[in-house]
Write a protein that binds this ligand. Sequence first.
Ligand code: SF4
Ligand code: SF4
Length: 431
Amino acid sequence: MTDEQPTDDKPFPIPTPEIHVWVAYLTARCNFACDYCIQKPNMVPGQKRKPWGRYKELTGREWVDALNAYPVRPEHPLILTGGEPSLHKDFAFIASHLEGYELDMTSNLTFDIDAFAKELRAHGKQFATSFHTYHPGFIAPEKWLDQAERLRDSGIVRAPVFSMVNLHRFPHFRSDEHDRNIQKLVELADRRGLLYQFNEFRGTHMGKAFNRDHRYQIDCTSAWVNIDPEGWIYNCQYHLTERKNAFGNVTDISNCKPLPKMGEFFACSDFGYCDPCHENSGHGAFRDRDGKVFRRTDDDARIYLQWMEPAAIHQVARRYFAQGDLEESEHALLAAIGKQRESGTNDGETWADLGVTLYDSGKKKQSLAALLHAIESGVTRTEIVGSALVVAQEVGMTDHARQTILRYVPAQILSRTEQAIRAMEPDLAPR
Ligand code: SF4
Ligand code: SF4
């Protein structure tokens, strides 16, 4: 029996009822720097994740001695995470020396799996579950798939989960390389029989980006047991990363204040700064001043455009267009044009894409106006001139279009373009 043994007078300070989740953040460091990482203070596209703080990390021996001394165990697997937990120098030691814990880990799969598996097997240990997301900006699909198969086949995890973040509705956080690598990984995984899933992107807060512009007083039930790399315990990830309101330290549990029980409301004045994962996870709920209880956020992708440069917004619009999302493509193009105007610039290619998008949306007169503006801005490629002529014909504005085009394109080239159009299908659409 230890000093921490629960008694009627002094119950163990860390509650363990169902859905209470214990998480050991072994390190704040990660060898990747994803811009959609939920461990960023602001969810700004293009802004890379950095470690949220510097820590004198507990050693493997300190973790093991502290956690093994507890008289209770959580009902859910203890999650070993970070950052990237395998960057902790004693990751394998911790995993193979914790006693009585079901284990889970989240890892980007960049560690030496064979060496890790050898140490676990030597101690007769196995993880219950694990969670591994593919991050396409930082590792080739072939290499990640090799690692995923190696982990799956090693038998050191009973039920590993392999995943990708679903950024379909959030091209703000994608690049061409991202899309290529995801497509390649899906093809390879399907061919090689690796099961995977897509995870929800948790980057918004009540329909707004996580820009942490206001704090609100609210009642909250976020009662995670989040242990930082130095052993301090917090109820949510925001408080952990800010080192605010610690309940105590895992190495000195007899001086730990009791954590709230799962489902119990307590007052917090930091709502609005919460980490998106915790806020949206379903493991907690909030209660506003009117007594209304809510969990989920709205999900508005448009808010991310406010932090992006026009050229990047233009790329977002192109990705929306490529995936057939015309309304969002149009919105993004107009946002790019608005930002260009604010900075006194004018990019004809953005107008050209707007013309094509509007046409595909059935807004033909607006499409013609945008295409002509593109031509006026110097985009005189045959395909754009041809598109403008086709649309003009469809809306009965050929004379107007020809007059405008002739101010920027030699008559001979215009005539050649018109001949080419006549030689093609009469219902030629702009491309
Ligand atoms: S690998 Fe995970 S923890 Fe690291 S930056 Fe990417 S999303 Fe964040
Ligand atoms: S309201 Fe947000 S910051 Fe406050 S405890 Fe809950 S999750 Fe943490």
